[in-house]
Design a protein around this ligand. Structure first.
Ligand code: SF4
Length: 214
C-alpha cells in the first residue's frame, strides 16, 4: 500500500521541485493565461504557442492592444480557442493597470475565492494558480491527480468528482505536502504512472504499490 508519506518521500527526490509547472510563462498574468489555455489541452500544445504570444502580450494592457483577433491568431491550434480568447480579453480588461512586464496579481486576488470571480477562471484553474504562485494548500484535481488517487486507494468509488477527490485528499494527505500535491502527482502521472501502460519498472514507489491495473 502506498501511503502519502511513502509516496511523497520517494517520488519528490526524483523530480525537480523548483519547476512548479511545466507551462511556459513570464509573470503571474501569463501564467494565468497559460492555465486558462491548458483546459482540455496538453501543456505541450500550449507551450508551442505561448512564447510568441507572451513576447508581444505579457501584460493585460498589451493583451488588450493585441485585440481578440490578434490573440486568436496565436492560439488557433488550441482547443476551444474562441471561448478562451473571449475570456482572456475579459480578464485583461479587469486586470489592466499600469504594471510593467513583471506583472503580479494584486493582493486582492491572492485567494481562490477572489480568482474564481474572474472570467475564464474556474475552481481547478484557481487552485493551480494559487498553488503554484503562492504555495496555497489546495489541490488542483486534474485527470492525473484523479486517476492516481483512485489507483493508490486514497479515495474510493464514491469520490467521483474532482471536488470530492480534493476534499478526501486534503483529509488524507498530511498538510506539509499540500502545496506540492498537484505538481508531484501531475508529473508522476504524466511520465511514469500513466493511464495506459504505467512505467512500473522505473517507478520509485513500485515496491509499495498494489494497484490492480498496473
Ligand atoms: S507506475 Fe506502476 S508501480 Fe508506480 S505507482 Fe503507478 S501503477 Fe504503481
Amino acid at each position: 500500500m502506498i501511503t502519502p508519506d511513502i509516496y511523497f518521500e520517494n517520488v519528490c527526490p526524483t523530480l525537480d521541485m523548483n519547476i512548479r509547472s511545466e507551462l511556459y510563462s513570464v509573470n503571474d498574468f501569463t501564467f494565468a493565461v497559460a492555465v486558462i489555455l491548458s483546459a482540455q489541452a496538453t501543456d505541450k500544445k500550449v507551450n508551442e504557442v505561448t512564447p510568441e504570444l507572451f513576447r508581444v502580450a505579457p501584460t493585460p494592457a498589451k493583451m488588450l492592444d493585441l485585440g481578440i483577433d490578434g490573440l486568436k491568431s496565436y492560439i488557433r491550434v488550441i482547443s476551444f480557442f474562441n471561448n478562451k480568447a473571449t475570456n482572456i480579453m475579459k480578464l485583461s480588461e479587469i486586470l489592466k493597470d499600469t504594471q510593467g512586464d513583471d506583472w503580479k496579481f494584486p493582493e486582492q486576488y491572492h485567494s481562490r475565492d477572489a480568482l474564481i470571480k474572474l472570467p475564464g477562471i474556474g475552481q481547478k484553474t484557481a487552485n493551480v494558480i494559487t498553488n503554484v504562485l503562492w504555495g496555497a494548500p489546495n489541490i488542483g484535481v486534474d485527470t492525473h491527480v484523479f486517476r492516481l488517487a483512485h489507483r493508490f486507494g486514497w479515495v474510493d468509488d464514491t469520490d467521483n468528482t474532482p471536488d470530492k477527490v480534493e476534499q478526501k485528499l486534503l483529509q488524507k494527505i498530511p498538510k506539509k505536502y499540500h502545496p506540492i500535491v498537484n505538481h508531484v502527482m501531475v508529473l508522476h502521472g504524466r511520465y511514469t504512472c500513466k493511464a495506459l501502460r504505467p512505467n512500473c519498472v522505473n517507478c520509485p514507489v513500485q515496491k509499495w504499490c498494489n494497484a490492480k491495473n498496473k
